[in-house]
Design a binder for this molecule. Structure first.
Ligand code: 13P
Length: 251
């Protein structure tokens, strides 16, 4: 049985003060949540403050990106050491906004996934097709390349640690959710790719989140699908009641 994992990707929102307020409100609702892994991913500037708020709870902190390098002349980058110092456990990698606006490629995303695992951080690898891919009937081929390249040369033992997030780009921030059938179909497909890559046991263990306009209203149906093991939440994660509502749907 896979445990659901619900992560809030706060994106480029919240000052430190606002982040502390939101984290405190979420803590009131979810501090002792055992049935679902809960992860808060504030911007880098608020990681320390949010870690302080949720210390001594079961809530985890994640970052929205990480450098593939250890240290040195990489202006503007953040290393695994710096993140771990702030009690970060998870790292979102290869989000479609980073692929689209910052031209991150599967090669670099794979380097980051490997680095994270090597340093005992848990990657959340994001994959997903654009609207034009779906309309062209290329959803599976696009997602397959992202999964195979993103997880290239990852040892089979890592599949209990890493998380895959399927986020159809056309459903992000648009209010258009994939139907639960559409999402389930791609999740099952991703699991079949993992099975082909590393075998049935790892495919059965790996957790695959859905992301894209997930809300308390549509979460129960999405999370009831056999291959959907949680959510990566954008807009609805900026409100404690909505975020907690989604987590409760996953219990
Ligand atoms: P929304 O929930 O705002 O659609 O964002 C999803 C997302 O991109 C999470 O990473």
């Amino acid at each position: 049985m896979r445990k659901n994992i619900i992560a809030g990707n706060w994106k480029m929102n919240k000052t430190v003060e606002e982040a502390v307020e939101l984290a405190n409100a979420i803590k009131l609702e979810l501090a002792d949540c055992k049935d679902v892994d809960v992860v808060l991913c504030p911007p880098f500037t608020a990681l320390k403050a949010v870690s302080d708020v949720i210390s001594e709870t079961l809530i985890n902190v994640g970052s929205q990106n990480m450098s593939s390098e250890d240290e040195g002349a990489y202006t503007g980058e953040i290393s695994h050491t710096m993140l771990k110092e702030l009690f970060v456990r998870y790292v979102i990698l290869g989000h479609s906004e980073r692929r689209e606006y910052y031209k991150e490629t599967d090669f670099w995303i794979n380097k980051k996934v490997k680095k994270a695992l090597d340093k005992n951080l848990r990657p959340i690898l994001c994959v997903g097709e654009k609207l034009e891919d779906r309309e062209a009937g290329s959803t599976e081929s696009v997602v397959e390349v992202q999964v195979r390249e993103g997880l290239k040369d990852i040892p089979v033992s890592a599949y209990t640690e890493l998380v895959i997030a399927y986020e159809p780009v056309w459903a992000i921030g648009t209010g258009k959710t994939a139907t639960s059938e559409q999402a389930q179909e791609v999740h099952a497909f991703i699991r079949s790719i993992v099975k082909d890559m590393v075998g049935a046991e790892a495919a059965d263990a790996v957790r695959i989140q859905y992301g894209g306009s997930m809300k308390p209203g549509n979460a129960p149906e999405l999370l009831a699908q056999p291959d959907i093991d949680g959510g990566l939440i954008g807009g609805a994660a900026l409100d404690a009641t909505s975020f907690a509502g989604i987590v409760k749907a996953g219990m």
